[in-house]
Each structure stands twice: as C-alpha cells, then as structure tokens.
Design a protein. Structure first.
Length: 315
C-alpha cells in the first residue's frame, strides 16, 4: 500500500510540474517507447488518452498505461538505459527518468544512446524556430514577398528527385535554371510550396537558381546560385538499407536523411508522419526546423503557430 501511495503522489507532482512548465515550451524527449505490443495508451495531461501503435517519444509529464496484453521497451534518451514495461502498468515520465505508478517495470539495462543524443540535441536546437514572429505587414503582403530563397546545398536521387521552394504569390511563375539550362515553372495559385522533379542529370554536383516572374517579367533574381548533388543508385540503396534498421522510428529515418543533406526527403518524412499523427505536437519542432532549412518560411510560421497553440490547449 505504501509503494502505491508513493506512486500516486509522484504522478500528481509531475502533472502539476508539467502544467507550470507548459508555457515555456518543451525540453527534448526524456525517453522513447519501442517494441510496442497489445493495448498501450499515452496521455500528455492525464485526462485525454490516445493509443500508441508505434515508436513513441516521451516528454516530461507524459503518462503511459498498458492493458492486460500490453507492453513495450522504454529507452532513456540521456543514459541509454532500457527497461521493459509489463501489462496492466502505468508510468509517468519525469524530467530525467521514468517513474512507476503501478504494475511492473524491469530494472534498467544498458543500451546504446549515442544516436538518441544526436536527435535530442537537434530537437533542442529546433526550439529557436518555434517562436511566431509578428509583422506589421498584412497577410497578403507577406504571401507575395517575391524574394524566393533556396537551400544552398541539397542532395537528390532517383527516388527523391524534388527541389522545393516557397510559393511567392499565386500569380507568380518561376524560371528554374540548372547548370545554365532554363526550365519554366508555371504559377500554382493554391500550392503551399513549389516542387520540381529533376530528371536526366549526371551523378555529381549541379548549380541551380530560382528566378521569380510576374506578368510583366522578372521580379527577382538571387545573388548566388545554389547547388544540388545527385547521388547514384548504389549510394541511395546504402542509405535506405541503413534506414531499415530504425524500424518504425520515422524521426531517426528523417535524421539520417538530414545527415546526408537530403533535406527534402527528410521534410517529406516528417510531413507524412504528422499527417498521420496530428496529435503528436511535441515532436513538431523537428518539422519546423525542416521548413527553416528549406527556406519555406510561410510553412514554418504556420507550424510554429500550431505548435504553440497545442502547448496552451493540452495542459
């Protein structure tokens, strides 16, 4: 009975702590739950519970509970220690560890943590872009900013051939110049970004720039060209093979893409995940950072607003 009271007291204490810290934003995740099986649910506030169906990153204040057939493995992001969570159990995530409220949680065992630490550092860095910037200009004026910037260096491949840039204005068209060769890109009035799939280029480095045009002619030319590197099928296969080792952890997959300068592929990985898991807002800074890397400022601002709203409404 005594241990049960201690567990409940711990749970209440960390719920109160997470409420007081909500407005300050999120620290990196404390742990992640992998090898999820059976009935497992999580909650950010102890009220609303949602099912866990795949690898889940856990932040301070999160709670996890398992059903009669539920379980999984918890990996501490800092220490790299792993623990098995049994059925009919409940835990609360503290600032640095995992606390058992009821049920069973095995003793910690060492597991590699280096790759998780890199992701944790990236999450902390991404927080700088979650602030929503206020502007004296109107929404229409912001949307029609003709200065289209592109990422300075990006890697593409046959399976991931797209260049992307901000849609400057509904009526603007574009001139994409690759190694001096002009490719006309029509206006896309409703597109949230412009995408252009590269084809028939040699392996190696290529220069490109995006010029902006209205009905009267060119309105913007960047001062410097950007570059993309086209990798061959063997290099792409090596990356995808390494990715298979991450299982269903899309954040490690996106992290690998970014380490290879495949920023568009990383963005698409994040976007697909959040389209399928819109409630996982605490990991959203990584998508915000991805938009920042690709100079997609409008999308970055939209995601930052969504992220900040979620912090306020869920606690």
């Amino acid at each position: 009975m005594k241990s049960k009271i201690v567990g409940i007291t711990t749970l209440i204490a960390f719920i109160l702590l997470s409420v007081s810290n909500a407005a300050a934003g999120r620290e990196p995740p404390v742990a992640k739950l992998v090898q999820v099986s059976g009935e497992v649910e999580y909650s950010r506030n102890g009220n609303a519970w949602r099912p866990v169906l795949r690898t889940k990153y856990l932040f301070s204040g999160y709670q996890i509970k398992t059903g009669a057939n539920g379980g999984g493995k918890l990996i501490n992001q800092t220490s790299g220690m792993a623990q098995s969570l049994g059925p009919n159990s409940q835990i609360v995530i503290t600032d640095t560890d995992v606390s058992l409220v009821s049920g069973s949680l095995s003793k910690p065992e060492q597991e590699s943590s280096s790759i998780f630490q890199g992701l944790s550092n990236k999450f902390a860095k991404a927080q700088r872009y979650t602030t929503v910037r206020r502007s004296v200009t109107t929404k229409d004026e912001q949307a029609c900013d003709n200065k289209v910037r592109t990422i300075r260096k990006v890697t593409l491949s046959a399976s991931f051939p797209d260049l992307v840039w901000r849609n400057a204005c509904p009526e603007f068209s574009y001139r994409l110049i690759i190694d001096g060769q002009v490719h006309d890109v029509a206006a896309h009035s409703n597109a949230e970004m412009i995408r252009y799939s590269i084809a028939a280029v040699s392996v190696g480095e290529h220069t490109y720039r995006v010029e902006v045009l209205d009905n009267d002619g060119t309105v913007y030319i960047p001062r410097k060209d950007s570059t993309f590197i086209w990798i061959d099928g063997g290099q792409e296969k090596k990356i995808l093979t390494e990715m298979k080792g991450f299982g269903d952890d899309v954040f490690l997959s996106a992290n690998l893409f970014e380490s290879e300068n495949m920023y568009v592929a990383a963005m698409d990985t994040y976007r697909e995940y959040f389209n399928e898991n819109p409630d996982d807002n605490d990991m959203r800074p990584l998508l915000i950072q991805s938009y920042q890397d690709l100079k997609l400022s409008d999308l970055r601002e939209n995601e930052a607003r969504l992220y900040n709203a979620s912090l306020e409404e869920n606690f």
